[in-house]
Design a protein around this ligand. Structure first.
Ligand code: ARG
Length: 261
């Protein structure tokens, strides 16, 4: 009798183990907004991390890395495109499962959301017209600086001068980088502080602009989650680690950023 009991118990244990696996695979344990889906909020105006192709499909480094993560987790990737600040908020408030938008990890953001391990490095750079008198970052003082709303570029520049900024009154926040570039071309601002990768893309498409050699600051990009959604964060970190280890992430980066940059 004891033996039968032991066998039944063992069977039950094995069955519950499988049930657990299944659950994790279908995402039930991951605390997702919608079962079976991985909803990513983003701002697809940030090439080559996220943008749309001519047919309106979402493409870019973040889009492809997110797709690879979703595949590993057995989830369907859903992309929700909105303004950058809204994309951060959507993840914070649990309206999206994660925000992936070339998001820089900062101490202030860490107070309100959790971050995955970093998957890329970003550099804030300065775009100026080719004939600009701005030669280094020191020349930004007293100039009209364009930025993208809610980004680290805006946060640094709009800070007070004793904190290394240039004062809010000297900084204009645009909805996205492309609008800032238009304003620069129209002479409404003197320069733009923005992440290097989109800066390269914008300069390439708009003759007459260049990027200053001096870098503003170096940052880590990571995926953001609602605070406390640890199961999802850990699952994503595991998938990300595998995708970094097997070269998938590098392959995606190389596809969008030619080696010489
Ligand atoms: N790295 C900057 C930040 O986190 C800018 C990111 C903007 N991303 C976007 N998809 N528009 O603030």
């Amino acid at each position: 009798m004891k033996r039968v009991f032991a066998i039944v118990l063992a069977c039950l244990m094995v069955m519950s183990m499988f049930a657990g696996c299944k659950k994790a695979e279908s995402g039930n344990e991951l605390n997702l907004v919608k079962d079976g889906k991985l909803i990513m909020s983003t701002n697809a105006a940030f090439p080559p991390y996220e943008m749309t192709d001519d047919a309106g499909n979402y493409i870019g480094i973040d889009v492809e890395v997110a797709q690879a993560i979703a595949d590993k987790l057995g989830l369907e990737l859903v992309i929700d495109n909105m303004e950058f600040t809204a994309a951060l908020e959507a993840a914070q408030k649990g309206k999206a499962d994660m925000v992936m938008a070339g998001v820089t990890v900062t101490p202030d953001r860490e107070l309100v959301m959790d971050f995955s391990n970093s998957y890329a490095t970003g550099i804030q750079v300065v775009i100026v017209p080719e004939n600009s008198e701005i030669k280094t970052i020191d020349d930004l003082e007293g100039k009209k600086i364009g930025t993208q709303m809610g980004t680290t570029g805006y946060l640094y520049c709009s800070d007070t001068p004793d904190n290394g900024g240039y004062g809010e009154e000297n900084v204009v926040a645009y909805d996205n980088g492309i609008t800032a570039v238009q304003a620069l071309l129209n002479g409404q601002i003197d320069c733009i502080v923005i992440d290097n990768a989109p800066a390269q893309a914008f300069v390439k498409e708009n003759p007459g602009l260049k990027i200053l050699e001096t870098e503003f600051t170096v940052e880590d990009y990571a995926i953001g989650f609602a605070k406390g959604n640890t199961a999802l964060k850990e699952a994503v970190n595991k998938a990300l680690a595998e995708l970094i280890a097997d070269g998938t992430v590098q392959k995606i980066v190389d596809k969008y950023i030619p080696a010489e940059q």
